[in-house]
Design a protein around this ligand. Sequence first.
Ligand code: SAH
Length: 257
Amino acid sequence: MSRVFAEGDRALIVDLKQRRYLVALQAGGEFHSHAGYVPHDSIIGQSEGTIVRSTKGAPYLVLRPTLAEFVLKMKRGAQVIYPKDLGPILMLADIFPGAVVLESGVGSGALSMTLLRAGARVHGYEIRPDFAARARSNVSSFLGPEALERYHVEERDCYGGIDLTNLDRIVLDLPEPWQVVKHAQHALRPGGILLAYTPSVIQVSQLREALDNHGFALVETIEVLHRSWHVEGQAVRPDHRMVAHTGFLTHARYVPR
Ligand code: SAH
């Protein structure tokens, strides 16, 4: 798809130091920086990759945001799962087009967008109405309102039970995923996958015990370490800082006996 920027589109504005800013383009709008401002009208009608200048002459590169960039810049209610883990979740939970997935809680919708973009049909259980609304609006803003046809969020407590059956996948990001395991047993189809993201290893222990006691097999817990590299002339080495910890990913298959 090669479309020029139109009013209402999201644009990612990148400065010379590679700092990224997300804007929603409006006729007459202005993007203000330390070097004057960029009128949105100088972006509307241009193609991706265009370079615009601020009123004080600073150059900015303009692109459409990727999903990862949008997730890092979008409005958040709850803490999001970062791109480092979102990619692996798609593989470990084996998300496919048309997969019927229960996701709980939905928080800011970062994981929802990732599942929806991979083609899944997502039922969300979220206890906080304000987060449910934020997730819906983030999904619609990045994927377009048509994505809402595959995205249904109910305001309810996932620990109280699951009113869905024959699910392909259950993906959890809530404090006590082990409380969901007994319900998952009735909601997942045989061979279905449960995946949970948990920041603490104590949560992993409790979850693993529940999975072992409720007919789950092929259980595995992993973490993803993200180390970027500094590459400049002869100086080629790992960066001094890295994202060493966000959360553990535990996944298992439901195998009724
Ligand atoms: N994965 C989300 C962030 C989820 S944050 C993202 O990537 O954006 C955790 C969410 O779980 C919060 O929104 C919280 O309100 C919700 N939550 C906590 N306990 C819950 C429960 N028992 N049932 C449903 N949602 C719950």
